[in-house]
Every structure is written in C-alpha cells, then in structure tokens.
Write a new protein. Structure first.
Length: 202
C-alpha cells in the first residue's frame, strides 16, 4: 500500500478544540448567552457547545491551559461584532482588516481567545494586530510588522528631525541677517567718520 493510499484509508470527520475553563457552569452560561452557542451535551466536568458548524469542548480544570487561541471562520464579522456588543461579550480587539481576513478577537471567562474572521475588505487598509501579550503591531512602510509604539516613535523622530532641521535653517537665516546688519552698521559708522573728517578739514 502506498503512502497516499494509507493516508486516505480513514476519513477525518473534523476537529473540535478543547478549552480549559475554571468553572464549567459559568463558562457554559457565557458561551450560550453571550456568544450565541447552543448546548450539545454536558458531563460532570466536560461539555460540548456549538454554533452552526463550529464545535468547542469545554474542560473544567484539565486538558490544556487557559489563554488558548482558536480560529473560527464566520460569515460577517461586523454583524457578529454588533451582536456581541449588545450581549456585552468580552471583545478583546474589534474587527480589523488584514490580508488574510477581516477579524476580531473575543475572550471567554478564562482568557481563551476566539479569532472570528470573515473575508478581508479590499477597500480598507491593513490595521493593527493585537498579540497575546497585549502589544499592538502595525505594518511599516517596508511591509514588515513592527510594534505600533516603535512605528509611532519612528514617525515622531522623523517629525522631530524635520522640526530640528527647520529650526537650524531659521537660525542660519537669522545669523545671516545679523551678519548683514552688522556689516551695514560698520558701513554706516565708516561713513559717519568720513563725513566728520571732511567737516574738520573744511
């Protein structure tokens, strides 16, 4: 049996992420009433919730660590954002446009993050990315992702350099004017001395 034949012998049905939670009952309530999921089934310390084709397992105190991230494709991220604001869900990062999707980040009670995204918007620029530490990243002019603070600092530095250059140019101009005034002053003094000499000799 070839490698391809062996790999195609068993059909995979799908994938369901397992998110560790501290309080199963509270988490179920949050997923059902804040995030719009429905209950599939529940055991003593384990449950399954779903919304349309998305299924998530919740495990109380086991099977993973809090702060896990899950990607979920949705039809309309804007409409979902409006729904979650009405439900007072914990929106970590509002819908933002990227090259791969138009997505937002939503947290559950234990800090697990759901990345919920629809198709990217061709009429919008790429926005900031919020990472797991809460740091914001932006695309620089060279196309590289850099911390937004770094980008702001670079822009601020450029503005300061421009301001400094303009100030130095003004100082040069003022210095030149002062020099010319000084030269004119000397000329006026010389003219007065010549006039005084002419009066005395006359």
């Amino acid at each position: 049996m070839s490698h391809n034949e062996a790999s195609n012998a068993v059909t995979f049905e799908g994938v369901s992420p397992i998110l560790r939670v501290q309080n199963l009952s509270a988490s179920i309530d949050y997923y059902l009433h804040k995030l719009g999921f429905k209950m599939d089934w529940q055991g003593p310390h384990f449950a399954s919730v779903s919304r349309d084709g998305c299924h998530i397992f919740l495990s109380e105190g086991d099977q993973g660590n809090p702060g896990s991230w899950v990607w979920i494709g949705v039809e309309d991220a804007d409409a979902l954002f409006d729904e979650y604001r009405t439900n007072e869900a914990k929106v970590r990062h509002r819908p933002t446009n990227y090259s791969w999707a138009y997505e937002m980040q939503v947290e559950d009670l234990d800090g697990n993050v759901l990345r919920l995204g629809s198709e990217p918007k061709s009429d919008q620029a790429v926005g900031e990315w919020l990472d797991m530490r809460g740091d914001r990243w932006a695309v620089a002019s060279d196309g590289e992702w850099v911390r937004a603070e770094t980008t702001s600092s670079m822009e601020k530095s450029k503005d300061q350099d421009k301001g400094k250059g303009a100030m130095e140019q003004n100082q040069k101009n003022e210095g030149g004017n002062t020099s010319m005034i000084g030269q004119l002053g000397h000329r006026d003094e010389n003219a007065e001395l010549k006039n005084a000499d002419s009066d005395l000799s006359g």
